[in-house]
Ligand binder design. Sequence first.
Ligand SMILES: Nc1nc2c(ncn2[C@@H]2O[C@H](COP(=O)(O)OP(=O)(O)OP(=O)(O)O)[C@@H](O)[C@H]2O)c(=O)[nH]1
Ligand SMILES: [Mg+2]
Length: 304
Amino acid sequence: MATPWYRRISEGLAKSRGRLEGQLNVLVGRGPDLDVAFWEDLEDVLVGADIGVAAVTDIVERLRDTASRKALPDAESVIEHLAEEIASEFPTDVSDPLAVSPVVILVVGVNGTGKTTTIGKLAKEAVDAGRSVLLGSADTFRAAAIEQLDIIAERASVPVISRERGADPAAVTFDTVVAANERRPDLTLIDTAGRLHTSADLMKELQKVQRVAKRETLAPVMTLLVMDATTGQNGLAQARKFDAALKLDGIVLTKLDGTAKGGIAVAIVRELGLPVVRVGIGEGIDDLKPFVAEEFARALIGRG
Ligand SMILES: Nc1nc2c(ncn2[C@@H]2O[C@H](COP(=O)(O)OP(=O)(O)OP(=O)(O)O)[C@@H](O)[C@H]2O)c(=O)[nH]1
Ligand SMILES: [Mg+2]
């Protein structure tokens, strides 16, 4: 039965599915034989969806195993097992850093990946669940960033801590965490300025922000990377750099609705060993969803 979550994620993954489903149908339509060409082409199709070579190799190996163990008769019956094999690439025992209370979440990432928008969505999600929220505006760099967060805070009816543009992000972080220690919100979300992972100075600035947060807080500090799914393999390279500098606790994968290569979620978990804690599937305030591996896998290949 299609749950509302499945329906939404399925719509969000329409571009990815359009491509993958089409290619899988071509593969099955070519004939039922499970010959060398079938397995090779299946690998190519999955790699083309950005699932990542290592993961694809494992997935196809397990499928071949299943095919011979269960004596699967044809291509279609193999594809029927594909979603569960993709889903099994994701660990089942992931804890959600956003469900911890109290918690301070540092939101980081490359320019324009969706950090500030995601904070708005997370604030709404938390408020709807009856949790108290505090925002910190540590993006003091970009013009209008402070106003953008102010608007988000107002819409969600949550308080925001900020300083003037150009202020030290670590100072705003300090103020925010001190306020969180006093007011004890369940969830504190700190916005940071976008930066290229290749900019050493800016990565140092972020390390300082993280250091201050960890030093001053009474709550655990978690660092989430907001990654734009449309950047594909390049996004993976960014994530590695951020993880090396900050030791990330998880990934929010945004703009899944804008890519035909949603398989990148598999590559992230596999190659970074980091959980995908939320996925963004649109610009709307409700377009952020928890990640459910099996439903994601089925929505991705169009075998819901
Ligand atoms: N389609 C789509 N658009 C998204 C999603 N998440 C964010 N966006 C859009 O991405 C654009 C940038 O979002 P921001 O939240 O301002 O990005 P940011 O990372 O804070 O940007 P900087 O602070 O400049 O680094 C906006 O137009 C958002 O509406 C998503 O899941 N899907
Ligand atoms: Mg921003």
